[in-house]
Design a protein around this ligand. Structure first.
Ligand code: FAD
Ligand code: NA
Length: 374
């Protein structure tokens, strides 16, 4: 049994059914498969929208790339992000074009490096996130691009956040403004849902939607791969693990193009949202209407009990709880914990798939192969 029909659970189910010939029951709490990679068509425009935030596939892992291409082809979409700071637009992550535009003059990579190093030298021993960021990029770029955005992401003044939240900030001293450096990237040609449905489309796989694993009382009867929240599995016995969540405000706009690009960040603190997604720009190859477009404004906050967990926070208290949950998980007979919720780790899609393939190869296949030979 697999609990959770996200990319981790679907990869495990697909391998067990196709490679081992096992019958697999996938139980999924939501009313659809695909986990957070799920997308749907906005009915009045026909535009594919990502309900849980924009998902861009990218990987340098050959094995993962070959695996996903069994289920879908990918477009040649290359992700780029821009940010509005003050009344100007700049490319992100901060690169030489951003630096030259912000300081209003042409600089060579060496000149830009020397200038940023001098500005960053202001802080020797960072005591909070603000000082840490200044020690990495200098005060001017911090104030323009990082302070407001970070304050909105955490709903906290960066001076009150621990320095450890960031170890590095992406900075490029070239004009390369591609968001991902990976060898392979693109969007599934027929959309995410077609891809994810093809993974589950096997006579040995049964998917039961709207079904919470906890309510089945199945633990102990069959081997389980559990991809729901780790603390939830144990009834939060060691306390709740902290997450940030996002709110998406979708709107159909009465124009063909709202912002000219797929993702626009808003660096300034007085703008309440962190980014605006415009979904038509993910698929310029599609025949979308010319007089309407769909956008989603994204807001960030701490997750409460009923909210979707999106990004693990990982405070020292979270880390201590996580260590205790991991001990409990190790002792749980015939249950493997995987995926972003089951391990309390941020995983990109290619990482979730790679980690599911590794669990399958190292833990699941050897066990059932032995059983088949015995
Ligand atoms: P999930 O997709 O979360 O799937 C877990 C499933 O388990 C869910 O469907 C859930 O409903 C179900 N479940 C939970 N508890 C239970 C239970 N008790 N019983 C039954 N079912 C249960 N990755 C990229 O590569 N590119 C991106 O651009 C990208 N953008 C992202 C943007 C956001 C806002 C977020 C949060 C993530 C993004 N990701 C991106 C990461 C991507 O979403 C994950 O890699 C992927 O979701 C991991 O799959 P998963 O199966 O581990 O988890
Ligand atoms: Na994303």
């Amino acid at each position: 049994m697999v609990a959770g029909a996200g990319l981790f659970g679907l990869t495990v189910a697909e391998r067990c059914a196709r490679d081992l010939g096992l019958r697999v029951l996938v139980v999924e709490r939501r009313g659809h498969i695909g986990g957070n990679a799920y997308s749907e068509i906005e009915p009045s425009t026909g535009i594919e929208v990502h309900r849980y935030g924009a998902h861009l596939f990218h990987t340098s892992n050959e094995r993962v790339w070959n695996y996903v291409n069994r289920f879908t082809a990918f477009t040649d979409y290359r992700h780029r992000v821009f940010t509005i700071a003050g009344d100007r637009v700049y490319p992100m992550p901060i690169n030489l074009a951003t630096i030259c535009a912000y300081f209003g003059r042409a600089m060579s990579p060496g000149e830009a490096r020397a200038m940023i190093a001098a500005q960053a030298g202001e802080v020797a021993q960072p005591a909070n996130l603000e000082e840490k960021a200044i020690s990495l990029v200098g005060r001017p770029l911090y104030e323009a691009f990082i302070r407001g955005y970070t304050a909105k992401q955490w709903q906290t003044d960066p001076r009150d956040l621990p320095a450890e939240i960031i170890t590095r900030l992406p900075m490029r001293y070239t004009f390369d403004d591609r968001y991902f450096a990976d060898r392979y990237q693109g969007l599934p040609v027929d959309g995410y849902t077609a891809w994810l449905e093809r993974m589950a489309d096997h006579p040995l796989i049964e998917v039961r939607l709207g079904t919470d694993f906890a309510e089945l009382g199945a633990a102990g009867n069959v081997p389980v791969v559990y991809t729901g929240p780790l603390d939830g599995y144990f009834g939060r016995a060691e306390g709740a693990l902290g997450w940030r969540t996002l709110d998406f405000e979708f709107e159909v706009m009465p124009q063909g193009d709202f912002q000219g690009t797929s993702v626009m960040n808003y660096a300034d603190e007085h703008v309440p949202y962190t980014r605006v997604h415009e979904f038509r720009h993910f698929h310029p190859e599609r025949d979308y209407p010319g007089d309407r477009t769909v956008i989603a404004r994204e807001y960030s906050r701490f997750a409460g009990p009923g909210d979707e967990p999106y990004y693990p926070i990982g405070t020292p208290a979270d880390r201590a709880r996580l260590a205790r949950y991991r001990e409990l998980a190790r002792a749980e007979k015939d249950v493997l914990f995987g995926g972003r919720l089951g391990t309390y780790t941020y995983l990109d899609m290619h990482m979730a798939i790679a980690s599911a393939l590794a669990m399958y190869g190292n833990r699941i296949r050897p066990r059932f192969r032995r059983q088949a030979c015995a």
